[in-house]
Design a protein around this ligand. Structure first.
Ligand SMILES: *Cc1c(COP(=O)(O)O)cnc(C)c1O
Length: 405
């Protein structure tokens, strides 16, 4: 069905690629190899990383760790869930959002998302609150801040913790305030694919006097390193960062404002150029918020086109538009791990022992499923020029017009 690729595609240049690492990283790595130790605790690079992080995120308690998944697991651990306790999560996210909850014998409870922002719908979150709910996990998907006014109010009303999953939202701001500083925890990823990265790494921060002190214990075998102890009081994994990762991350952190400003400009430009295109629904950014565009996601009104989404995407690709419809083939609750309840050795002890009756085969979130059926994901990065984005927007408008009903 697809036509052969045109000789001169509408986007006639390759996807720009930023130079992500350079002299700043090299300087820190050089200093690092001359150190007597590469251990994180009181390590100069890890200390520098926390200092640089705090320039952007004024959080009292900050713990660099081994991944975004680890950061989220540390936050969930600090809540001291009891088996069967529930954490409300969105179904469009990374597995890392759910892993810590499951390891702590908690229950991820999926709530639906908003059709325009793709982030948690506070009204549906409210419907999912039960006597066992302990926390809400607000995933700022793609860099678009969640409705934190509503979610913080819900958390306060029901005495729930608010965990902000900021893995995709470095530099995003809710009403001017950096996301990650409004909830009880802000959890960040430094994996290779995020706005900034060090191969793998993460940071969890908190201003909470209840949960903040001792965060390190949840990533460091509960060894009580600050107290000089080695007498674990409870179970905690080793999710430590190391000095090589921290050196790169500390250097990356200095580039954050520039990266975010460029990505924000790129995303906003794309929205302004695509707004009003028949059959396209651009993402909604609430007035006063700053989206940091880890990626760009729009929705297609498929009934207005003569071709299914896969054909439209193929036609876009043929015109040189980097795009993907495979962001997430399924809502997270449809993943095999949830459908089979295969958490530990083919069983789910929390359920088998009667702490929960959750059956993920019964879960549906209609808006999430609609989004995943009609979305189109476009890459954004800090190397994109206005001219490049102009070509992408023009190509999208042209290709979609060709296939309009
Ligand atoms: C990347 C990501 C994570 C996990 O981070 P890792 O560093 O890969 O463990 C968690 N949540 C979201 C929303 C992510 O995008």
């Amino acid at each position: 069905m697809s036509l052969p690729p045109p000789a001169s595609p509408l986007v006639d240049e390759p996807l720009p690629q930023p130079q992500r690492f350079g002299p700043a990283e090299l300087a820190r790595l050089t200093a690092m190899v001359l150190q007597p130790s590469l251990f994180y605790w009181k390590g100069p690079q890890t200390t520098a990383l926390v200092d640089e992080f705090r320039r952007h995120y004024p959080l009292k308690h900050c713990l660099p760790c081994s991944s975004g998944t680890a950061a989220l697991h540390v936050a969930v651990s600090a809540l001291r869930l009891r088996p069967g306790d529930e954490v409300i999560v969105p179904p469009i996210s990374d597995m890392g959002s759910y892993i810590g909850i499951l390891y702590q014998q908690g229950v991820p409870v999926f709530a639906d998302v908003d059709p325009r922002t793709y982030t948690l719908d506070p009204a549906d979150v409210r419907r999912r609150i039960t006597a066992k709910t302990r926390a809400i996990m607000a995933v700022h998907l793609a860099g678009n801040p969640c409705d934190l006014a509503a979610l913080t109010a819900l958390a306060r009303e029901h005495h729930l913790a608010l965990i902000e999953d900021c893995a995709q939202s470095w530099g995003a701001r809710w009403q001017g305030q950096p996301v990650g500083t409004l909830g009880d925890f802000g959890c960040f990823s430094l994996n290779d694919f995020k706005h900034i990265g060090c191969g793998d790494g993460g940071i969890v921060g908190s201003n909470s006097e209840r949960y903040g002190p001792g965060l390190n214990n949840w990533a460091d075998k509960d060894y009580g390193r600050a107290e000089g102890g080695r007498d674990p009081e409870t179970l905690a994994p080793n999710y430590r960062i190391s000095e090589p990762q921290a050196a790169v991350a500390a250097a990356q952190m200095t580039k954050l404002p520039d990266i975010i400003a460029r990505r924000n400009r790129a995303g906003e430009l794309l929205t302004s150029l695509l707004a009003g295109t028949p059959g396209v629904q651009v993402p909604l950014v609430r007035a006063g918020d700053t989206h940091s565009y880890w990626f760009y996601m729009l929705r297609l009104e498929l009934s207005r086109f003569s071709q299914p989404r896969a054909e439209l995407a193929a036609a876009l690709t043929a015109e040189g538009v980097a795009c993907s419809v495979l962001l997430l083939r399924k809502a997270a609750y449809r993943w095999a791990v949830f459908q089979n309840h295969d958490i530990f050795g083919g069983t789910w002890p929390a359920r088998d022992a009667g702490f929960t009756t959750m059956d993920y085969r019964q879960v549906t979130c209609p808006t999430t499923e609609a989004i995943l059926d009609d979305c189109l994901k476009l890459p954004i990065n800090e190397a994109m020029t206005e001219a490049y984005i102009g070509k992408v927007a023009r190509a999208i408008r042209t290709v979609l017009a060709r296939h309009a009903k």
